[in-house]
Ligand binder design. Structure first.
Ligand SMILES: *Cc1c(COP(=O)(O)O)cnc(C)c1O
Length: 383
């Protein structure tokens, strides 16, 4: 299928496998770990990322990101660690955005020193903040936008222009936006990574990751990936393909609900501040509007001082107080107590994370039910 088809059509049909034997409507599942040689050199094998289901799903997700090629991994972290290490060697340097997914931050801090790879974090999120950290040995600039949990936006065109001038690879963790809301390759970014555990899976029942880029980039990633061995079981690949078919309608519903919740919270006297790029008052609203197709399903807000944040979370009835995000069910958490608990107090405050902050992942439920749950919860949590 040509990648020029409409995004919705690609979600359903790109990369699908035909059931030639029985004419079934969906891609057959091929869980085989052994295939007879069609050519004596290269066999199909799950850890070579080249079984029929793996190739079909890679093609689908690559099509959604407008990428030449892609690979599916056993988790988002397998995708991130493999993408990074395949592009780095001892003595290289990486510039990381300061507001980074906690698991990525831990990976970098724990593993990079062992391999002699240097790194620094930006002091801000402007293109010049990235430029300032570039050194002679910088090989990769690594971005995450919208950021977690304060939903700040990085100008992808500007950062990729800085990187291109100096022959540096750019990588982005595009998990929060999903391919529905942002396609970084069209803005000049080289490698796009997803935790497919989030929007691509969308039902809180799959752990997976994806890396997308040019054929050349993906070949480089593959050359390390087959050694690290982080492939995904074909059973899960098959399930993930089913999820991606509904990606567009799910994320569109989540975008819509998030905008309505953000506007509702913005008006509420029990909320001090709302972080959502879809609000005109968000400092990066204009940039988000320019580089994104939608503002996403993620938002954060600070409860007013009179509300006990822990009690608020525990008083929610319909909305789940839970660690994960991007599922069709709405979830909320305290970054201070959970996702960002491992950071020092200083690091948290530098990112604007206080104990009053709630991170909110909007699902597809009826908006009135979500509002009613928030309203009853804050009333129970008044100090
Ligand atoms: C969850 C997440 C990851 C890690 O993905 P796993 O599938 O849990 O390994 C990476 N980046 C972001 C932004 C995430 O939300």
């Amino acid at each position: 299928m040509k990648t020029k088809a409409d995004f919705r059509t690609l979600c359903v049909h790109a990369g699908e496998l035909k059931d030639i034997q029985h004419g079934g409507a969906i891609s057959p599942l091929y869980p085989s770990t052994s295939y007879s040689f069609t050519d004596v050199k290269v066999g199909q094998y799950p850890r070579y990322f080249n079984t029929p289901n793996q190739r079909g799903l890679s093609e689908k997700i690559a099509a959604l990101e407008g990428a030449e090629a892609g690979m599916i991994f056993g988790s988002g972290m397998a995708a991130i660690s493999t993408a990074l290490l395949s592009h780095l060697k001892v003595g290289d340097h990486v510039v990381f955005q300061d507001d980074l997914y906690g698991g990525t931050r831990n990976f970098v801090k724990h593993e990079f020193p062992k391999y002699g790879i240097e790194f620094s974090f930006t002091k801000g999120l402007l293109a010049e903040d990235f430029k300032k950290e570039i050194k002679e040995n910088t090989q990769v600039i690594y971005i995450e936008t919208p950021s977690n949990p304060t939903l700040k936006i990085v100008d992808l065109k500007a950062v990729s222009a800085v990187a291109k001038q100096q022959g540096i690879w750019t990588m982005i963790d595009n998990t929060f936006a999903s391919p529905v809301n942002q396609n970084p390759i069209s803005l000049g970014i080289d490698i796009v990574i997803h935790s497919a555990t989030k929007y691509l899976g969308g039902h809180s029942d799959i752990c997976a990751g994806a890396v997308l880029g040019t054929k050349e980039c993906i070949e480089r990633v593959f050359s390390s990936a087959k050694n690290f061995g982080g492939s995904l079981s074909d059973y899960t690949v098959w399930l993930l393909e089913r999820s991606v078919k509904t990606l567009f309608i799910r994320v569109q519903a989540q975008n819509k609900n998030a905008q309505l919740i953000a506007e509702f919270l913005d008006q509420a006297d029990w909320v001090d501040h709302v972080f959502y790029p879809g609000l005109a008052s968000h400092p990066d609203h204009a940039l988000a509007k320019e580089q994104m197709h939608g503002f996403g399903g993620m938002l954060s807000f600070n409860l007013a001082g009179a509300i006990d944040s822990k009690k608020f979370l525990l008083s929610l009835e319909l909305i789940k107080a839970s660690m994960s995000l991007a599922g069709i069910e709405t979830t909320a958490l305290s970054p201070h107590l959970t996702s960002h608990a491992l950071l020092t107090e200083e690091e948290r405050l530098a990112q604007g994370i206080t104990p009053q902050m709630i991170r909110f992942s909007t699902g597809i439920e009826a908006i009135e039910d979500l509002k009613a749950d928030l309203n009853q919860a804050y009333k129970k949590a008044i100090k």
